[in-house]
Design a protein around this ligand. Structure first.
Ligand code: DGL
Length: 272
């Protein structure tokens, strides 16, 4: 089991930010990454549809005999984690919401925490619940920021367009006039948002702590593997990339998210 791969699932290329953090934390592990590019975005879909898609995707990943499943997609984690955990009982199933919420609850001094995410993640309330469960004094301001998804995929992570969108979403949250009532911590609750971290930091202001749920999830996965005695002891790692559509686009855009070039022939086209 220790030498089995870790399955990572996302609606598309965004989860490659989580994969990148996982590969940095766990260089000996082998990974199978599945991006459901045929059906993205998940962030605008109903919970029922996201749950159905997520179940199909994780069933596919279990065919690769994975020793742990990571739901890298915030939207799928927010609405689909209970259903997926019910379905896959023999290996740990880890979503990105709980680790992000944990880090935010620990980092915030004031207890006022902002979350930016997709529409579906905000509507589902999973971050809000997970933070308040850990810190009953917390106040959570959650705001959808869907344009960041398109900007990250277009490679527009800095510059005037991204800055103006960031101000549009973040200025009302971090209003300078709000003083002490303004959040002191901001959770990047979507796979794509770490790509815009510098621009987001600039708009939120220098005093706001940023929680990147990709980083916190990678750390959580490492601890889980160690605790369950599932961590690979040797090996050079490895990666298998699966996509349900548009492998050329997956490779082109995904390379930026993973911060290493991906050749189209590295991506296997699969059906769910
Ligand atoms: N992966 C999604 C998330 O983290 C963003 C893209 C989508 O909407 O599918 O919520």
């Amino acid at each position: 089991m220790k030498n089995s791969p870790i399955g990572v699932f996302d609606s598309g290329v965004g989860g490659l930010t989580v994969l990148k953090a996982l590969m940095a934390q766990l260089p000996r592990e082998r990974f199978v990454y599945l991006g459901d590019t045929a059906r993205l975005p998940y962030g605008t879909k109903s919970p029922q549809t996201v749950v159905r898609y997520a179940l199909q995707a994780v069933r596919k990943l279990t065919e690769y005999r994975v020793k742990c499943l990571v739901l890298a997609c915030n939207t799928a984690s927010a609405v689909g984690l209970p259903a997926v955990s019910d379905e896959v009982r023999d290996v740990p199933v880890i979503g990105v919401i709980e680790p992000g919420a944990e880090a935010a609850a620990l980092a915030s001094r004031s207890g006022h925490i902002a979350v930016i995410a997709t529409e579906g993640t905000v509507r589902g309330g999973a971050y809000q619940d997970a933070i308040v469960r850990r810190r009953s004094d917390a106040r959570v301001s959650a705001v959808p920021a869907p344009l960041f998804v398109a900007l990250a995929e277009e490679g527009l992570c800095g510059g005037p367009i991204a800055q103006s969108v960031a101000r549009h979403y973040l200025e009302p949250l971090f209003d300078a006039g709000a003083g002490a009532s303004s959040p002191d911590t901001l959770v990047l609750g979507c796979t794509h948002f770490p790509m815009l971290a510098d621009t987001i930091r600039l708009a939120a202001g220098p005093d706001v702590g940023i929680v990147d749920s990709a980083e916190t999830t990678a750390l959580y996965v490492r601890r889980t593997l160690e605790r369950e005695n599932l961590a690979a002891r040797s090996g050079e790692g490895g990666l298998r990339l699966l996509a349900t559509d548009a492998v050329e686009r997956f490779a082109r855009i995904g390379g930026r998210f993973l911060e290493r070039p991906i050749r189209p022939d590295e991506v296997e086209l699969i059906d769910l």
